[in-house]
Every structure is written in C-alpha cells, then in structure tokens.
Design a protein around this ligand. Structure first.
Ligand code: ATP
Ligand code: MG
Ligand code: MG
Length: 311
C-alpha cells in the first residue's frame, strides 16, 4: 500500500472547444470532470501500474462530494480524504481542439481551520502506521490555513513510523520539508534553483542533499532526471524529446519513483521507470494519465548513466 497526500485537491474540469478566440462565445464539444491535484494524479498512475493506493488530504462541499463519488469508481484507489467545511476547488482547462493548446484556470481552494488540520494530522498518523504501508508521497502546494511547516511535520511522523517519504512541492514548504530529512525530494529545475540559488543542476542537486534530503531526484524537463542518493548518482534521459502536454509529467515521475521503491528496485531501474512514465504522460492529453504503449516502448530505451558525485 502506498499513501499519497494532496492537501489542495481539486475537481479538474476540461472543456474542449473547436478553437479558442478572445471575446467570442464558444460551443463546448466535450466536458470531462475528474479528481485532480498532484497526489491524486500520482495515485492514478500508481493504480494503473497495479499498486494499491490510499489517498488523503481534504475534500469538502459539493465539489468535494463529486470528487469522492468519482474516486469511488477508480480501481485500486482507497479514499481516506479528511473533511473540510469549505468547498473543494475546481480547476478548468480549456483545450483548443485546433491547436491542442490548453488555457488553465485554477481556483485557490478552501481555507483549512485549525481543528480540521488537527483532525487530519490524527488520521494521517493512523494511516502511516498501518500494516503494509510501503511509502508516502506528499505532493503539491498548501491550501490557506495549513501551516507552512506542514510537510516537515508529516515527514517527521512518516520517518518515525519507518515509512519512506517522498516530497514534491515548492517554495518555503519545500525548504522546510527538505530540512526535515525526507527520503526523496523531487524538485523540477525552477524549484531546485529557488531552493538553492543555483541554476547549475549538478551543484544544486548536491546542495539540496546537504540541506537534509537523503536522495534528491531533480527533474529537468525533456532532459530527464538527475539523481544524487546515498548509493550513488545517476543521469536518466528519455531516448527522445516527445511533444505534448508536459503538465503532470512530474507527477508521473513521482509515481515511477514510488512504484520502484515499493518493489525494492535498484535506483537505476526506478529512474528508468520514472523517465519512461513521464514521457508517456507528456504524450497523453490529460494530466495524471499516460500512454501505455509509449511507456512500454520507451522503458527499455531510457539511458541511465552513473555519475561521480563529489560530496
Ligand atoms: P509537473 O507539471 O507534473 O509538476 P514538473 O515541472 O515537476 O512537472 P518536469 O521536469 O517538467 O516536471 O518533467 C518531469 C519529467 O518528465 C522529466 O524529468 C522528463 O523525464 C519527463 N519529460 C518532461 N518533458 C518531456 C519531453 N518533452 N520529452 C520527454 N520527456 C519529458
Ligand atoms: Mg515542468
Ligand atoms: Mg512538479
């Protein structure tokens, strides 16, 4: 069992229109609604790989109910979302069918009251201590009302329960989270530069590790992954740059790393899986989904090379 945490979950709504034009009225040709937010995207990819996943975070109001109703129909996913009085946010993606370009509108999400945060913490403590819990992923931004050190707290309790914990966030929650010594942190290039002040990935990745993370896996867009771990350093590159929608590629990289961790694969195999899955996600039109044929095709062709990592 793998646990993913999405404190800022969303109901993702996608409208498809023939062509998007400012000041014009548009006929919507297709509407889809699905549970969203980074940890839920990670969970969906893990479920597609055959892992059992429990999802937690917050859900509330009519949109929270709609999100949970849909989650209930998804195989391998168990809903452990905690209640919040405000309504779960919606995100709206407007896809221009002619160009494939997406215009994204994101609501901020409801504020979390102190009592709601306390109740979430109790349920999280119970979840990480369950028998068979193989890993925890903490994903995305923090909603209003949640303390900025929230991820640091969740990392400490996972580690106290001896469950490996991966962090994927940005800004101050990332900075404080890294200092709490997560097993893995997965920043993208911007998040890594903001954390370390360096735009040089090798240097920044080693710096992030010195700040406390046991392993740092930096995602560098079409250039793949750069990992620095206690067992060594690696570069993993996709065999080719693929075209498509890169939103959610990082979430699929996280899913690949976690599934490999849960299956006790060595680091190079985890990285290859993460790179193939995330490229297969760029090819798929919707975040949190990947193209299975592309994944199978790319997996044996990902180049993973060892790197000498000066401390
Ligand atoms: P997210 O929107 O999910 O938060 P991110 O910004 O965290 O994404 P990126 O570094 O953009 O993550 O992408 C994650 C991984 O996806 C990369 O490390 C790479 O393996 C893969 N990837 C991204 N873009 C491409 C591409 N054009 N071609 C092939 N692989 C890609
Ligand atoms: Mg990106
Ligand atoms: Mg990301």
């Amino acid at each position: 069992m793998i646990l993913t945490v999405t404190l800022n979950a969303a109901l993702d709504i996608t409208y498809r229109v023939p062509a998007l034009t400012p000041h014009a009225s548009h006929r919507v040709t297709e509407v889809t609604e699905r549970p969203g937010g980074k940890g839920l995207n990670v969970a969906r990819v893990l479920a597609a790989l055959g892992h059992d996943v429990t999802v937690t975070g917050f859900a509330g109001g009519d949109t929270g109910r709609a999100l949970r109703d849909r989650l209930a129909t998804e195989p391998h996913i168990t809903d452990a979302l905690a209640p919040v009085a405000g309504a779960t946010r919606r995100t709206v993606a407007v896809v221009d069918a002619a160009t494939g370009d997406t215009t994204q509108l994101n609501e901020p999400g409801p504020a979390v009251a102190p009592a709601e945060w306390a109740a979430f913490l109790d349920s999280y403590e119970e979840l990480v201590r369950r028998d068979g819990m193989a890993a925890v992923a903490l994903c995305g931004s923090l909603p209003p009302g949640v303390p900025v050190g929230a991820y640091a707290l969740l990392i400490r309790s996972a580690r106290a329960a001896r469950v490996p914990v991966l962090l994927d966030t940005s800004g101050e929650p990332l900075r404080r989270g890294v200092a709490a010594r997560p097993d893995v942190v997965k920043p993208n290039a911007d998040e890594l530069a903001e954390l370390t002040g360096s735009h040089e990935p090798d240097r920044a990745t080693r710096d992030a590790r010195r700040r406390g993370a046991h392993a740092v896996v930096a995602s560098l867009g079409a250039d793949g992954l750069l990992a620095v771990t206690a067992d060594g350093g690696w570069r993993a590159r996709p065999p080719k740059r693929v075209r498509g929608n890169p939103t959610g590629a990082g979430d699929s990289a996280v899913a690949g790393l976690l599934s490999g961790l849960a299956e006790h694969l060595p680091w190079p195999d985890r990285l290859a899986r993460a790179v193939a899955l995330s490229a297969a996600t760029v090819v798929a039109p919707v975040a949190g989904e990947f193209d299975a044929a592309t994944y199978e095709d790319l997996l044996p062709r990902v180049a993973v090379t060892g790197q000498v990592t000066a401390a």
